[in-house]
Design a protein around this ligand. Structure first.
Ligand code: GLU
Length: 299
């Protein structure tokens, strides 16, 4: 099933300040939704407690406000939605779709490297998939708590991305609950988008290769699959993805140089081909709304 509504969202992780690339993605997600008069939601993805930094969430929301990117309803936080993830994990488990995995990252890297090359280094080689009872007991005895993986067995998943076009990849047995007990991003994002009624996922292209897993998980859970638009990342002058080391990359950095949020908005619109040089917010918003009105998806 393809998502049938245009409700969108921006889902930052409060682990560090948003840079202009993140904000450009947020702008595009907002435009996709608002140009279709759809809802736009903000969800804070704060499940990885070790990486959450105090004050960052508020600063991220302030940046969205400064750019005029408004949202509907209250901001949702993943850390307050644990029951939903637990319920989804329990359903997968009841269907026999999960197994405990005791491998460390280093072990996975080591067994996946050499013959398959770098692209395969993150793929799970299936070490714990068919453990005997005795083997499992032995690993339990080591005291290392297991993660939970989905038993996929190499399904090939394809989807049509609104910006990238056709994309497909093989899906490995991926983690849905980490070994520290936290639900994995892949699971939480699928559960949340469905629960919140998100029909269009507009996000950075760095997540393109996660999407086949998410499509598969949505299908396994009987949830609607949203449509996807993966936005090209903003690159620094060295051709690598924009980051702090490139200098003044946040709204606060730019403000310190005397550039206001509206100028930043104009820069983003220009870089998206949605505004001409020097054009300010009002003009590009109208044009963007026209340019982005999506054509109906093929069934
Ligand atoms: N929280 C993720 C990030 O900040 C985005 C997840 C998503 O948009 O699906 O990279």
């Amino acid at each position: 099933m393809i998502g049938s509504n245009a409700d969108g969202r921006f889902a930052p992780s409060p682990t560090g300040p948003l840079h202009l690339g993140n904000l450009r993605t947020a702008l595009l997600a907002w435009l996709f939704a608002r140009s279709q008069r759809a809802r736009f939601l903000v969800r804070v993805e704060d499940l990885d407690r070790s990486r959450v930094r105090p004050g960052v969430e508020e600063a991220q929301l302030d940046d969205l406000r400064a750019l005029g990117l408004d949202w509907d309803g209250a901001v949702e936080r993943q850390s307050e939605r644990m029951e939903l993830y637990e319920e989804a994990i329990a359903r997968l488990d009841a269907a026999g779709a999960l197994y405990p995995c005791y491998c460390t990252r280093a072990e996975i890297r080591a067994s996946a490297s050499a013959p398959h090359g770098i692209a395969a280094a993150d793929r799970y080689p299936g070490t714990c998939r068919e453990l005997t009872k005795a083997e499992r007991a032995e690993r339990e005895a080591s005291g290392r708590p297991p993660a939970l993986r989905v038993r996929v067995g190499g399904a090939r998943i394809a989807f049509e991305d609104r910006l990238v076009g056709h994309y497909e990849d093989e899906v490995d047995d991926f983690v849905v609950r980490r070994n520290d007990g936290a639900p994995a991003y892949q699971l939480a994002v699928v559960v949340d988008d469905a629960d919140q009624g998100v029909g269009e996922v507009v996000r950075g292209a760095d997540l393109l290769d996660s999407t086949p897993r998410q499509v598969l998980l949505a299908r396994m859970l009987g949830l609607p699959v949203p449509s996807y638009a993966h936005v090209p990342l903003v690159l620094g002058p060295d051709g690598r993805r924009l980051a702090k080391r490139h200098g003044a990359v946040t709204l606060a950095d730019r403000a310190a140089l005397g550039e206001d949020p509206e100028e930043m908005l104009a820069w983003m619109a220009l870089s998206l081909g949605l505004a001409g040089p020097g054009e300010r917010q009002a003009g590009f918003r109208r044009r963007a709304a026209r340019a982005l009105r999506p054509r109906p998806l093929a069934a």
